[in-house]
Design a protein around this ligand. Sequence first.
Ligand SMILES: Nc1nc2c(c(=O)[nH]1)N[C@H]1C(S)=C(S)[C@@H](COP(=O)(O)OP(=O)(O)OC[C@H]3O[C@@H](n4cnc5c(N)ncnc54)[C@H](O)[C@@H]3O)O[C@H]1N2
Ligand code: MOO
Length: 399
Amino acid sequence: MIPLSEARARILAAAKLLPAEQVPITQGLGRVLAADVVARVTHPPTAVSAMDGWAVRTADIGRFPVTLTRIGEAPAGRPFAGTLRPGQAVRIFTGGALPDGADTVVVQEDADDHGATVTLRDGGGPGRWVRPAGQDFSVGDVGVHAGRRLTVRDLALSASMNVPWLRVRRRPRVSILATGDEVVMPGDTLAPGQIVSSNSLALCALVRQLGGEPVDLGIAGDSADSLSTLVAAASGTDLLVTIGGASVGEHDLVRSVLGAAGLELDFWKIAMRPGKPLMFGQMHGVPMIGLPGNPVSALVCAWLFLRPLLLAMQGLPADDDLRDAILARDMGANDSRADFIRAKLSTDGDGRLVAEPFPKQDSGMLSRLAWADCLILRAPHAPPVKAGDRVQVMPLDAL
Ligand SMILES: Nc1nc2c(c(=O)[nH]1)N[C@H]1C(S)=C(S)[C@@H](COP(=O)(O)OP(=O)(O)OC[C@H]3O[C@@H](n4cnc5c(N)ncnc54)[C@H](O)[C@@H]3O)O[C@H]1N2
Ligand code: MOO
């Protein structure tokens, strides 16, 4: 058994950055940007009005009221062609280009429009209610830096920079292969002793959430033939994830069958609960993670190992979100495996996080994982802890 930190380091060391590809901006949400978004336009392109009102010269509004001659209008998108002379005003609208000669805008609430003339009752100095050219950004400015997962706001900015295509990391394609004679697809009729493959569905969803493209290879029975046939379908994808068959029983065939098919094992078994029989290696140059079959072990391991790997392949860091919490009930000493305890989170009267572990922690109990808000981290050989002690927790909101 190797320590968890070493297992993670070895997996990350094997992560290869995926190549970039070009996608239309409409397909950019959630993709990881591979090249900076650089403005192709200046915004606003010229000085524009921030309000509906009157474009005037500050020199003309030294005292109020003042009556000026209306010489035209400047709605957004239709600039006024002439130049403003002393004593003149141009009716202007939000987003309209400030006419030559004008240097300030008076809002229409402070003006009485008489048609041919306008009387202004108030107004500000130069630049009042004017958005200068390039206030937002100028041609050549970097709007979004490479290495970010693109948000709705990033896409809005890229669009306004007149960038219709984006360079993004290719999505990691992840083959997911469940194993076991007893597991069937969700919705199937169950024969005696059969259970539903919750893991395939959950892992496909997790891969998608992390920006990858899951390729569900189905369920291999507990036979060398079935396993080797289905695993061959993983070639051409960026990562193979198997579920189950990782332990020591006669029906746990993943290591032997994949070994015969060319798996170069990096490690098998880690000092962690849930997830001891985790496996990692390379299958003809394709990284392979063998997850344990117990559903809680599979998902917790996917979160701790598959997640950082998928993020690294897209060029993203994968820092753990760790927080301090107050323990709600006593826990005994830990053994030699790092433990990840399913727990509920609440907030006490002082605003502190409180973590209450579920009394039963079996790695076959998906219900407790689904109902948990966090995992309490317990280091190998951690001494007993009492209610009220501080513990570290990993929130599960994103899992
Ligand atoms: N003698 C020992 N037995 C076991 C050990 C050990 O060290 N010595 N380790 C235990 C630990 S820890 C784990 S974790 C499990 C992992 O075993 P496998 O990876 O071989 O998983 P399976 O035996 O195939 O399945 C375990 C359990 O999970 C269910 N399962 C499998 N696939 C799915 C799926 N796709 N969806 C839902 N549930 C699934 C399966 O029916 C079993 O109940 O080994 C312990 N044994
Ligand atoms: O490691 Mo197993 O995941 O304890 O059940």
